[in-house]
Design a protein around this ligand. Structure first.
Ligand code: FES
Ligand SMILES: [Fe+2]
Length: 391
């Protein structure tokens, strides 16, 4: 009998086969976060990103337009570019020097006459286009050149994402982080949207919010969440906000949505951040974190205040002790709620292969988890059907 984890079989969190199907049916068929708008400021700047099975790059053309292409040389398929960079006006494949312009056209083939005596129709050998779109200051790519727009994909949930226009905020580079969690990507998402754990796992780190008054729900496969600060903390925050208020009501609180698949955002009255979840294997996930602020100097001040007031003190205790904890000076000692989340995600993943595992009943505050599991199933079923219809 298949063992279930609420609505999904436990294998969905442990097996290579499920991982491969998700790569194929979810991450190769949806919009993938690629960076922030300001990462590509000038013509010739490019960056590449893995979107499921597809590697896609975005390049700014001489006309200042962004275009996305599959990062596959039309000769023998070699990846043209790696990571991030700037080229003058052309992209040359490292293997045999086939060269493309910034608009994706094949413009030169070395020794063309002698190597291709019968002639070569370069006009048919341009790079394959993908889609690129900008939404709230973020770059996204989609493998399908005719994908529906981001405005359509995120439109319904957009009004519930918090007060900031991220394009107008300033990045705080010290907060940029990238790290791996030894757990399935869905465990990481489920932890992000688990309302039940907020007052327990984070009893020492997120106590400034009033979790009992959290408001959350779904728009299609996208989750939205807002919670107000605890009453005392709210008064302090309101006092320190610039006047007149530049953000609409509610002025304070935490907006922590999770967009499908695996794009977490987190905003408060003075900051905004992105938490991008990339599955690397059935039990390994990469997180990329970037933070933007309404006012960088104010943030430095707030951090200092927290430290001097011993704000984080009291973190730790018996929940996290023992040999297996992440190390004395590691993330678990930092008093950072993210470290608490990483810890429980990894502790949970460890049990998933045990024959004795039996998942208990879901609590009310865990309803987002079962709803996300359903979103995964629905998206995969829809894409599997679309594939079958196209055959
Ligand atoms: S594979 Fe790119 S030039 Fe040969
Ligand atoms: Fe958490």
């Amino acid at each position: 009998m298949t063992k279930m984890y609420h609505r999904l079989p436990v294998e969905a969190y442990t097996s290579q086969e499920w991982f491969d199907r998700e790569q194929q049916l979810i991450f190769s068929r949806s919009w993938r976060y690629a960076g922030l708008r300001e990462d590509l400021p000038e013509p010739g700047h490019y960056l590449s990103v893995q979107a499921g099975l597809n590697n896609i790059f975005i390049v700014m053309g001489r006309d200042h337009r962004l275009r996305a292409f599959h990062n596959i040389c039309r000769h023998r398929g070699t990846q043209l570019i790696r990571a991030v960079g700037k080229t003058q006006k052309a992209l040359t494949c490292p293997y045999h020097d086939w060269t493309y312009d910034l608009e994706g056209n094949l413009i030169s083939v070395p020794d063309e006459e002698s190597e291709y005596p019968g002639g070569l129709d370069k006009g048919c050998l341009g790079l394959k286009p993908a889609s690129v779109d900008i939404w709230r200051g973020m770059l996204f790519v989609h493998p399908d050149a005719d994908a529906p727009t981001l405005a359509e994909w995120f439109g319904e949930v957009e009004p519930l994402l918090g007060p900031h226009n991220p394009a107008e905020l300033v990045e705080y580079p010290e907060a940029r982080r990238s790290y791996e969690i030894k757990a399935n990507w869905k465990i990481v998402v489920e932890n992000y949207i688990d309302v039940y754990h907020l007052s327990h796992l984070h009893s020492n780190t997120l106590h400034m919010y009033d979790h009992a008054r959290a408001e959350y729900g779904w728009k299609g496969p996208h989750y939205h969440f807002w919670e107000p600060p605890a009453p005392d903390y709210a008064k302090e925050l309101e006092k320190n906000l610039p006047s007149p208020r530049v953000i609409p009501e509610p002025h304070v609180g935490a907006w922590v949505p999770m967009l499908f698949p695996g794009i977490g955002l987190g905003a408060s009255e003075d900051s905004w951040n992105i938490f991008v979840i990339t599955p690397l294997g059935p039990d390994l996930t990469r997180i990329e974190n970037r933070t933007k602020l309404a006012d960088v100097s104010a943030w430095e001040f707030t951090k200092q205040e927290w430290r001097s007031a011993g704000f984080w003190q009291g973190f730790g205790g018996p929940k996290y002790s023992g040999e297996d904890a992440a190390g004395e000076e590691g993330p678990m000692a930092s008093g950072d709620f993210t470290a608490e989340d990483i810890y429980v995600c990894e502790q949970q993943q460890k049990s998933l292969s045990s024959p004795y595992l039996e998942i208990g009943p879901a609590a009310v505050g865990e309803s987002p988890i079962t709803r996300h599991q359903q979103a995964v199933l629905d998206f995969m079923a829809l894409q599997a059907k679309a594939t079958a219809d196209n055959v």
